[in-house]
Ligand binder design. Structure first.
Ligand code: PBG
Ligand code: ZN
Length: 325
């Protein structure tokens, strides 16, 4: 393949040629839309660090879910803000908790829309950590039972898939067992398998009101320096019954997505997290980049790296662009 015999530009000379040899495409079926739900009525509180994103009360959430569904997006992932937070994160597994109510309402009206739930205690605990605190740290094994109860309460309310994001060891197995024993063996688990202790979650913690009140999450989330550890984490989760494995964040960890894609034969999801979204929005609002084009390029690169599914705050905007094409 030497010049001048081979000239790569031959196949780039028109839009038609370029489309014909395109290796990767983002489709609306790849996208999962995150939504934040809160108790009350008529609530539509803007999240200042995530322009265009809101905390919604259930009836507004329903309108948003209808719009998402109309755009052809197949799934939403729900995050809840409870009425009160306590040590044990009680609302997380309450049958009338905010997520459980939201699931029932959406399922009543749009049964076809896939509802995924985030399973983690940090939005519900007064200390903001992802599990039960003993001493100065999260107690792994004590937390498992609560996560399992939370996942079951979501399934009972009608969730189509649960997504544990807490990073406790053994949680996928504990959740799988508890769901199976209670008649929900057909509910899949999308595990946040390679979830890094990342600073890109900042805006989310405003949105979900879930910043830890002391310390950080480094004793349970992964060190950004590690790649082999991601393989070990994913292997464990698959052995415990994960159906989809996730890498989070997405863009700074595309190497991890690619490695998992070549190593494992399971669908891979990537979470294009809040900080990745906010950076694009901020630069676009300054006029420094074309926000729409950068958004589509980001999503494409996540797909090209090997992700099958992309959880992204851009889901709706991207779906509109894809609709036009
Ligand atoms: C809860 C959770 C977090 C995110 C998803 N689930 C925050 C965290 O771990 O601190 C981050 C999502 C985002 O930044 O968009 N454990
Ligand atoms: Zn958490």
């Amino acid at each position: 393949m030497n010049f001048p015999l081979y000239r790569p530009r031959r196949l780039r000379k028109s839009e038609q040629f370029r489309q014909m040899i395109q290796e990767t495409r983002v489709t609306v079926s790849d996208l999962i839309c995150p939504l934040f739900v809160k108790h009350g009525r008529d609530i539509r509180t803007p999240i200042s660090s995530m322009p265009g994103y809101f905390q919604l009360s259930v009836e507004n959430l329903l309108e948003e879910a209808k719009e998402v569904y109309r755009l052809g997006i197949k799934a939403v992932i729900l995050f809840g803000i409870p009425k009160v937070k306590d040590e044990m994160g009680s609302e997380a597994y309450a049958s009338h908790g905010i997520i459980q109510e939201a699931i029932r309402r959406i399922k009543e009206v749009i049964p076809e829309l896939i509802i995924i739930t985030d399973v983690c205690l940090c939005e519900y605990t007064s200390h903001g950590h992802c599990g039960i605190i003993k001493g100065n740290d999260v107690d792994n094994d004590a937390t498992l039972e609560f996560l399992a109860r939370m996942a079951l309460s979501h399934a009972e309310a009608g969730a189509d898939m649960v997504a544990p994001s807490d990073m406790m060891d053994g949680r996928v197995g504990a959740i799988r067992k508890h769901l199976d024993e209670n008649g929900f063996s057909s509910v899949p688990i999308m595990s946040y398998a390679a979830k890094y202790a990342s600073s890109f979650y900042g805006p989310f913690r405003e949105a979900a009101e879930s910043a830890p009140t002391f310390g950080d999450r480094k004793t349970y989330q992964m060190d950004p320096a590690n790649a082999l550890e991601a393989i070990r984490e994913v292997r464990l989760d698959i052995e415990e019954g994960a159906d989809i494995v996730m890498v989070k964040p997405a863009l700074p960890y595309l190497d991890i997505v690619t490695r998992l894609h070549s190593e494992f034969a399971l669908p891979i999801a990537a979470f294009n997290v809040s900080g990745e979204f906010s950076m694009v929005k901020a630069a676009a609002s300054m006029g420094w980049i074309d926000g729409t084009k950068v958004m589509m390029e980001c999503l494409l690169s996540i797909k090209r790296a090997g992700a099958d599914l992309i959880i992204s705050y851009f889901a709706k905007e991207a779906a509109r662009i894809l609709e036009e094409k």
